[in-house]
Design a protein. Structure first.
Length: 646
RNA sequence: GCUGGCGUAGCUCAGUGGUAGAGCAGCGCACUUGUAAUGCGCAGGUCGGGGGUUCAACUCCCUUCGCCAGCUCCA
């Protein structure tokens, strides 16, 4: 073999090595290590994801992806969905197939079959999939002309859905690819894992209806969802996560702990905060208010409704009317419940002629708004029709915007850390196609957002063109205890409202200028945040938020007087405490307070009464032993005041 | 809106043509108790609403309301 039969392969670390022409990335992986060859699922050759078995015929850069990488995981799940289709075809001959992509968590395949799939079928399909995996079928890619593929799906393997995909979606492609594994063939771009044997653990999760190409006038297919993992532990962990999420469902815990309710007969999507929930809300609000006044915000209160003039001027009646509650007529004037607080804050801004010396103005309000959400999308506390935003508006000058954004980001970090959320992700959204405001404003504002993120040393994901029509924004998502991401905060520039309401300030030059306006919500809404908080803590709130912080329980009536003494001392120290006087066994009382997730229980029997001390039990942790009452109270006050997270 | 599932006691659920059941919670009585359920008893429901079939409907049929999951993530 002469030297010119070799090609040069460059790796991500910059190293390179020569291989014979026609070598595959799998061969390369094997030459590096056995482990890599085992784990690698797909390769990126010259920036393009390809099958591992594809021969490489020229000098190339090669990168390997395993299951731990997004790219590898997608391929793993994609091939799994093909294996599922094969299993379905074997078990239910005649089934036709729509689309079967990998998704954020797992994969699905849309199936058209006379048979209606049940949970028992899913188990059978799973078993068959593992059987197909054991057969170690090699996945083979075949490229052919589009017309030939159409002919194939019209005659050899009749599937009208694939034909439609080829005739419609893929109409601009000259060549398309098929993937074969054993007797199964599917139309697919790929790439795929080299063999079905890579599939080790799979769980089919659910089956639900879905319309062919999302069109409710078309055929409805059965969509089977599933997920798969190379390691059994990963699958077990995932199933555990699903179970845990179900246990933590805020609607369930909200009922168990008597936190809130909603009433369809009194208006869907409107939240009633029960005493226990109200305590948590008051604590959150107190914290929120103090944080804002400490952070040099001023607090506002504004009305719940406004005349149509306000919403005509703001433009909400033009672009937001469908989401607003219908107006009520008073004195021949139309009044609307507010869907946003901004116009009200602007009204306050306009009560004075503002000077550059007044800026920045940072105005915050816990403002309750009403938005008409479709009944199908309402969901517990997470999607409601009436909610209280922790809203703020910052009016500032051109020179101030960057430092203001930096402050908001720092403020958000502080607030979330205090509430027990340590993982935050940042998303920057830029100018969409339809937008108001001059380009120079967009550039200036977007730069200030980027600079602020960089200044704080924060990584962010870019959503090009994802901004609102009135300005660019940063969204902040937090991760909860189960690793789920929730979008809470948003920091948005607004070039629209200052224009519409003709906001101005007098600059140093004595001339009128338009201020920048930034909308900012941190928690998003009290209702939604409450729901997330419930799930994050699974109802076992940190001491400062717990509706009942301490339960005092005598073992028998003989210690009741002593228990009352202890109870009053704790109560007078400002802690939320309850005395359990019931004549029940101590085991019964403890179980009861444990299920209420009360952080601390104080058990008082003869021993404690005689020694003048207390025995403490902590939620989930059990007996902590004996304490002096005063010392215990001060440690609890410390825990409460520092908002300690357990 | 569409598809599927569900709607029975305060809560969690069983019942499937012969006029409704359990556990927990509640109330009463007894027990005076040492770290996740003491025992016995009582009470509690127009089986989501309306209509129909039937001698008889929680059960079957129609209709309506609500809840849950999904209907976007492109061969």
């Amino acid at each position: 073999m002469s030297n010119n039969e070799n090609i040069k392969i460059t790796f991500p670390d910059g190293n390179s090595k020569e291989f014979p022409k026609g070598t595959s990335s799998l061969d390369i992986a094997k030459s590096i290590s056995k482990g890599l060859a085992e784990d690698v699922l797909v390769a990126e050759v010259n920036g393009k994801l390809v099958d591992l078995v594809m021969p490489i015929n020229e000098d190339s850069s090669v990168k390997f992806y395993k299951f731990a990488d997004d790219e590898g995981r997608k391929v793993y799940w994609h091939t799994t969905s093909h294996i599922m289709a094969q299993a379905v075809e074997e078990l239910f001959p005649g089934a036709k197939f729509g689309v079967g992509p990998p998704i954020e968590n797992g994969f699905y395949y849309d199936v058209d079959s006379e048979h209606r799939f049940t949970d028992e079928d899913l188990v059978k399909i799973e078993e068959r999939m593992l059987d197909i995996a054991k057969r170690d079928l090699v996945t083979k890619r075949e490229e052919l002309k589009r017309e030939d593929a159409i002919a194939y799906f019209k005659s050899k393997r009749v599937d009208p859905y694939k034909v439609e995909i080829l005739e419609d979606i893929a109409k601009n492609e000259e060549y398309v690819s098929l993937y074969h594994q054993g007797g199964f063939t599917d139309l697919c771009r790929g790439p795929h894992m080299p063999t079905t044997a890579k599939l080790k653990n799979v769980k089919l999760l659910s089956v639900s209806g879905s319309y062919w190409r999302g069109d409710s006038d078309r055929q409805q297919l059965q969509r089977i969802y599933g997920i798969s993992f190379p390691k059994k532990k990963e699958l077990d962990d995932y199933i555990h996560l699903l179970e845990e999420a179900e246990k933590r469902d805020h609607r369930k815990i909200g009922k168990q702990l008597d936190l809130y309710s909603t009433h369809e007969e009194a208006g869907a999507g409107l939240v009633y905060w029960h005493p226990n929930g109200a305590i948590i809300r008051m604590e959150l609000e107190d914290f929120w208010r103090k944080a804002h006044t400490d952070g040099n915000y001023e607090l506002l209160f504004t009305p719940h409704m406004g005349k149509s003039w306000l919403w005509e001027t703001s433009g909400h009646l033009d672009f937001y009317k469908d989401s607003m509650y219908s107006p009520m007529e008073i004195d021949e004037q139309l009044y609307y419940m507010k869907p946003m607080n901004c116009p009200f804050h602007i009204m306050i801004y306009k009560t004075h002629l503002r000077s550059y010396k007044d800026l920045p103005l940072r105005w915050a309000e816990l403002g309750t708004v009403y938005r008409y959400e479709k009944s199908g999308v309402l969901h517990g506390l997470l999607r409601v029709r009436g909610f209280t935003q922790d809203d703020a508006h910052i009016f500032c000058t051109n020179e101030q915007i960057e430092s203001e954004i930096i402050e908001v980001i720092r403020f958000a970090k502080y607030v979330f850390h205090s509430l027990g959320f340590d993982h935050m992700n940042y998303y920057l959204s830029t100018k969409p196609e339809k937008a108001v405001g001059e380009d120079s404003l967009w550039v200036k504002a977007t730069d200030s957002l980027i600079n602020a993120l960089k200044h704080e040393g924060l990584d962010y994901k870019l959503d090009e063109g994802g901004g609102a029509f009135y300005g660019p924004k940063i969204d902040i998502k937090i991760k909860d205890a189960l690793g789920r991401e929730w979008q809470l905060s948003t920091i948005q520039f607004d070039f629209n409202l200052p224009e519409r309401f003709d906001l101005k300030y007098i600059g140093e030059d004595g001339k009128e200028h338009r201020p920048f306006m930034v909308h900012r919500a941190l928690l998003g809404s009290m209702e939604r945040f409450f729901g997330i908080l419930i799930e994050h803590y699974a109802g076992a709130f940190p001491l400062w938020l717990a509706p009942i912080q301490v339960a005092v329980m005598p073992i028998a009536d003989a210690q009741l007087d002593y228990a009352k003494e202890v109870y009053h001392k704790i109560r007078n120290s400002g802690l939320r405490v309850q005395l359990d006087e019931r004549r029940e066994k101590i085991g019964y009382k403890i179980r009861d307070w444990e299920t209420k997730k009360v952080p601390y229980m104080i058990v008082l029997g003869d021993k404690e009464m005689q020694a003048g001390n207390i025995t403490v039990r902590a939620h989930k942790k059990g007996d902590l032993g004996k304490f002096e009452l005063d010392a215990f109270i001060s440690s609890l006050k410390e825990e409460k005041d520092t908002k300690k997270i357990n």
